[in-house]
Design a protein around this ligand. Structure first.
Ligand code: TRP
Length: 331
């Protein structure tokens, strides 16, 4: 049987090129070698999203993103976390093997505590227990399927370490019950710069969206920050925010030719931006159409997700049964 690779896409709105290159594209490629599972951790989002409609919408958007980008639901399995009740049962069992100290050290939790302290508030002010135990639910997402590989960004590395730690503690007590997963972090595309040169991130307001209408893609492309070198001056392509995106989308020969032009002089930023925009359109316009079509047909999306959940539960049930047997609860 193929090994399992599992990816969770947080329901946080329509994706940008940084999400695509850093995470979505490499994750989709895993379906060639592994049994790939793609899910939307909608219950994780409940730690922060309090609007019913917004949570449901964001979840659909995340599902449509995978499918529009080429996920074939007959090969990969796509599902909503909330359709798999087994996850929440396993999360409880795992929580009994997670020390509070381990969660106290979680970067995400610590960052909120630090904000509270800096603002002179009580340190746990407004931190719900769901936020605190977020890593345990994430461990359950992963361990429930006997996952071998989890492709994630660097920001999720600690969560993967927590997952492994909890699984090892569990196994130490009961024997080899849980598969110990590994994080897959692709260093070369880890950080895609946004239009201002900082890491592309919604919170920096520097993103290039992939499914937005063309004029909303062109606008940020035109605003990509460059230096003020004249066309004839030689330039370092690896210092250029336009090239940083271009090189991941164009074919190898085009990238080589462009690199030469930068180094030798003769490249003007204006036309280079236009070329990048054309490349973005060529890469994403079909996918955008498919995304929009899916978002207009939520019934179809529901059907795909329900079918995915059935397949996912078929994998999960025997693993949860092993856990129940190991700990000694009702079978
Ligand atoms: N915490 C992840 C994020 O912020 C989302 C996530 C939840 C996840 N469960 C997961 C990712 C399991 C990989 C595997 O993006």
């Amino acid at each position: 049987m193929k090994q399992i690779a599992l990816t969770g896409l947080k329901p946080s709105g329509s994706p940008h090129i940084g999400n695509y290159l850093g995470m979505l594209k490499p994750s989709l490629e895993l379906a060639e070698k592994f049994q790939a599972l793609y899910f939307i951790p909608d219950y994780h989002a409940l730690t922060t999203v309090r609007d019913r409609k917004q949570l449901a919408d964001l979840t659909y958007q995340a599902a449509a993103t995978w499918l529009a980008l080429g996920l074939n639901p007959d090969e990969g399995v796509i599902y909503r976390q909330s359709d798999i009740p087994e996850v929440f049962e396993l999360a409880w069992a795992l929580s009994c093997f997670t020390t509070k100290g381990l969660l106290n050290r979680s970067h995400a939790y610590k960052a909120i505590v630090d904000d509270n302290i800096a603002a002179g508030r009580e340190e746990d002010k407004n931190i719900n227990v769901g936020l605190f135990t977020y890593p345990v639910l994430m461990a359950a997402d992963i361990l429930l399927f006997g996952t071998h590989f989890v492709p994630v960004g660097l920001d999720q590395q600690q969560h993967l370490e927590i997952t492994r730690d909890v699984a090892l503690t569990f196994n130490k007590n009961y024997g080899d019950v849980l598969t110990i997963p590994e994080a897959v972090i692709r260093k070369e595309v880890m950080t895609i710069p946004g239009i201002d040169g900082r890491k592309m991130s919604k919170s920096y307001n520097n993103v290039i969206p992939i499914f937005a209408p063309p004029d909303q893609v062109l606008k940020p492309v035109k605003r990509i920050v460059t230096d003020s070198k004249r066309p004839e001056e030689p330039k370092d392509p690896d210092e250029c925010n336009i090239f940083a995106i271009y090189r991941h989308l164009a074919d190898v020969d085009a990238v080589d030719a462009k690199r030469k032009l930068y180094l030798e002089g003769g490249l003007a930023y204006g036309p280079m931006k236009e070329e990048l925009f054309a490349l973005l359109e060529a890469t994403f316009s079909d996918k955008r159409d498919r995304y929009n079509a899916l978002m207009e047909n939520l019934d179809e999306l529901d059907k795909i997700l329900e079918k995915g959940a059935e397949k996912a539960r078929d994998i999960a049930r025997p693993i949860l049964a092993k856990v129940r047997k190991a700990v000694g609860v009702s079978l």
